[in-house]
Design a protein around this ligand. Structure first.
Ligand code: WTA
Length: 637
């Protein structure tokens, strides 16, 4: 692509500056100076951030590059993320501060002071220990957005177990694969979750998954929705029963962890095959997530911060659970759908709880925008100071609506670009930085990001290239669980010589150094901000007895960003029908989950393939969108 002033002029001309009162009081008032300072001594910069946290033992070395790309941070340091997220707060006045305010979809409410949350975590930590969970063991958590999900994650971390949280929108096969890969013997789930006025029967789905991955020996079940569920004697236990036992003492020794000991595995989609278990560790992750949240969302003690993501995705791990607690913030979490019972549910809660910071995804903004301005206008949203966006590029139209109707042209929007792999914000504004709608602006201090061509030359302004990170950062993924080769191959082989991290996104920089993320370059689709792999959906389809071959693509959609289109070739002798199409969709829902269900599923006689037999998804996508098919010289249909 050639740079044209034209294609860039409209967006670069449109600048927004945060209001004086917001930018002047921000932690970072001079981004350029801080960025420059950080790049002169990246290790020194991160060491200074790490010093604001507690360590059982200080590190000897900030960064060890000797086994690159297996970088190590804060080597020799001893800590535990829960030491910083809870233990240290209960020794101060913060014990009385609200850590978490929660509202269920039916309208029930709960609040947790730091003291109460700490006690619940201690109790559940003891329960897990009592069930034989030891340091390094993997625990699978599959729940809706309830406080017990957060308690379970923190309890694992506290006793040194490694949590693997599976988003509540996934189903049987997706769960079974993840349990199997993590070799997890204990699972925490709930009877159900409320969504759009209905119950999602999580325990039923979990039972099916465990049937397929019988490695699970113990299932702990939180009672949330109360409908009868199957409890298998000797395997399944009610959470509330266990929490009432004498072993569930409110005092629990925090496991002393090495900075580089694993904290969690989070499965995400990649280019091929099965989901990969992204591994994060205690030390670097706690430093990076808390620093980024502090500087970008400018967290104050008086804030009421709402990250509306799901804890089952990285956004929730980093910015609902760990970073806000490390900073001693007050967080808000809501269980259900934004439109339940009416499209003003979010705005009603912003008003009722006096939310000051709202962090959500473009798909949610677009979804709510559709219902018009009247719903938010019925509510007093003046408590909002900062807004945030994550998950996919935000289109300028949604940006402007969010800025005007929700933020009343007063609250700047922090459009944060990052990934499961990066652990925290990488390219992001801060409250004192000039904004351009649709741009994630510039890299966070300490982050050496660039857009480069195939050879690794920096692309000139306006030219599309590959987004890379040229220097390690503390919360970078350490490996893909049990697959270090794939880790090297996937992220570090493209620019092996330079030692750069390949993000997998295409991007452009403009003449002001602002980054414009274009989107994924691989077979990853962002549906409503959720990350899905075409390969996982394809193998879900092929697992149906009627399907011989399947191809899945993402097609742009106004509200959801992308939707899934699927093309199936049937096995010889199987007759295609409307009914079969419905059955196949249902099969995907059952195997992978509702978010993966194709919007359109077509039964076809053949698929566009290269001469070597690879499906040309690019051609399918062009056809679906009615665009020219481009270079089809390698096509053999
Ligand atoms: C996309 C989510 C544009 C990007 C935290 C990335 C974004 C993928 C943005 C990672 C943004 C995330 N602007 N694109 N602000 N944030 N993305 O692992 O394609 O679920 O590679 O992490 O989301 O998705 P993941």
């Amino acid at each position: 692509m050639t740079p044209t002033e034209d294609s860039f002029a409209p967006s670069t001309a449109e600048w927004y500056y945060p209001s004086e009162d917001i930018s002047r009081q921000a932690y970072v008032t001079d981004y350029d100076a801080l960025y420059k300072e950080s790049m002169e001594d990246i290790e020194g910069f991160w060491a200074r951030q790490a010093e604001s946290l507690e360590w059982y033992q200080r590190w000897d070395k900030v960064l060890d590059r000797s086994e690159a790309p297996f970088f190590k941070w804060f080597v020799g340091g001893k800590t535990n993320i829960v030491l910083n997220a809870l233990d240290r707060h209960v020794k101060t006045w913060r014990r009385n501060k609200m850590a978490l305010i929660w509202e269920g979809e039916p309208g029930d409410k709960q609040t947790f002071s730091y003291w109460r949350l700490w006690q619940e975590v201690n109790k559940f930590g003891n329960v897990l220990r009592g069930m034989g969970v030891k340091k390094g063991d993997r625990v699978t958590i599959y729940m809706g957005r309830t406080p017990e999900l957060i308690i379970a994650m923190l309890a694992c971390a506290k006793i040194g177990a490694v949590h693997s949280v599976i988003y509540g929108g996934f189903s049987e096969n997706a769960i079974a694969d993840r349990i199997e890969d993590a070799q997890s013997r204990v699972m925490v789930t709930s009877d159900g979750a409320w969504l759009r006025g209905n119950i999602v029967e999580l325990k039923k789905i979990a039972d099916e998954a465990v049937k397929r991955s019988p490695i699970v020996e113990t299932v702990i079940v939180v009672k949330r929705t109360g409908q009868p569920v199957n409890m298998q004697h000797g395997r399944d236990y009610w959470y509330h029963d266990l929490m009432a036992l004498p072993i569930a003492s409110p005092k629990c020794e925090t496991e002393v962890m090495d900075a580089e000991d694993p904290l969690f595995i989070l499965y995400t989609s990649g280019t091929t095959g099965k989901p990969k278990g992204i591994l994060h560790t205690h030390g670097g992750y706690q430093v990076y997530t808390s620093t980024t949240l502090k500087y970008v969302f400018d967290i104050r003690d008086e804030d009421r911060y709402w990250c509306a993501a799901d804890p089952g995705w990285i956004t929730g791990h980093s910015y609902i659970v760990y970073a806000p607690l490390i900073l001693g913030a007050t967080g808000f979490m809501y269980e259900g759908a934004p439109t339940q019972p009416y499209p003003n549910r979010w705005w009603k809660m912003v008003e009722e709880y006096g939310i000051t910071i709202l962090y959500t995804a473009p798909t949610a903004i677009r979804g709510l925008m559709r219902f018009g301005d009247a719903w938010p206008n019925r509510h007093d949203l003046s408590s909002l100071r900062l807004l945030g966006s994550v998950g996919e590029p935000i289109n300028p139209e949604a940006w402007r609506w969010y800025h005007k109707v929700i933020g009343k042209e007063r609250s700047p929007i922090m459009d944060t670009w990052w990934q499961t792999e990066t652990g925290g914000f990488m390219i992001t504004p801060m409250p004192s930085v000039g904004l351009k709608p649709g741009s994630a602006t510039r890299p966070f201090p300490g982050i050496d990001a660039d857009v480069v061509d195939e050879e690794g030359n920096s692309c000139p302004p306006g030219v599309e290239g590959k987004l890379v990170i040229k220097q390690p950062w503390p919360s970078m993924l350490r490996t893909i669980y049990r697959d270090p080769e794939r880790f090297k191959q996937q992220y570090w082989s493209t620019y092996a010589q330079q030692g750069w991290y390949l993000a997998g996104d295409a991007a452009r920089k403009d003449k002001d150094g602002y980054f414009w993320i274009i989107g994924r370059m691989d077979e990853v689709i962002k549906v409503s901000g959720y990350r899905l792999g075409t390969a996982e959906i394809e193998s879900g389809l092929v697992s149906h007895p009627a399907v011989a071959e399947a191809a899945v693509i993402g097609v742009p959609d106004e509200v959801r960003g992308n939707v899934v289109y699927a093309y199936c070739i049937l096995k010889a002798g199987v007759q295609g029908s409307e009914e079969l199409v419905d059955k196949l969709k249902e099969h995907v829902r059952h195997e992978i989950g509702p978010i993966a269900v194709p919007t359109k599923l077509e039964i076809v006689a053949s698929l566009p393939k290269t001469k070597s037999g690879k499906i040309m998804r690019r051609v399918l996508k062009a056809r679906a969108m009615g665009l020219p098919e481009g270079d089809t010289s390698t096509l053999e249909e």
